[in-house]
Design a protein. Structure first.
Length: 155
């Protein structure tokens, strides 16, 4: 889980380095200040990936619930940990959170030119639902099957 004092500067660096360039392709003036990021992260929940105790954040996933939908707001991983299933682990945490809050779907937007992210989301079971030409983004969605939380019988 995110610790704002410890993690927010590193989360900001990841967002600026890995997410903002895609947005700037069509909206060159786009920016994300640390203050704007902190305000955004106040709404929802954020998981972080830190490779070793006391280390720096190398990835994060921020999500929130609206109605019966889990929205994956942002996810970014440092290149050094991409391809090592850390993004998958963060997404699975978010989806479990959505199921626990009785969400029946998970949704996210992805920039049209971010082909790597699109491929990742498809591997995670997300499917393209629609395209918004004004924002140059695809809406991806995935059904969240009900997860049963029951006590295990003693052996």
């Amino acid at each position: 889980m995110r610790n704002p004092v410890r993690d927010d500067k590193a989360i900001h660096r990841l967002a600026v380095r890995y997410l903002l360039p895609h947005t700037r392709t069509f909206f060159p003036e786009a920016d994300l200040s640390l203050r704007e990021l902190k305000d955004r992260l106040k709404h929802g929940i954020t998981w972080v990936y830190i490779p070793k105790r006391g280390g720096e954040v190398r990835g994060f996933c921020h999500a929130f619930v609206r109605g019966s939908t889990l929205w994956i707001d942002m996810i970014a991983l440092d290149r050094s940990v991409q391809g090592k299933r850390k993004g998958r682990a963060l997404m699975l945490l978010a989806e479990r959170y959505g199921r626990m809050r009785r969400c029946d779907a998970s949704s996210l937007y992805v920039d049209e030119q971010n082909v790597r992210a699109q491929r990742f989301y498809r591997k995670m079971g997300y499917r393209e639902k629609e395209y918004d030409p004004r924002l140059h983004v695809y809406l991806y969605e995935k059904a969240l099957a009900a997860e049963r939380f029951r006590k295990q019988a003693p052996a």
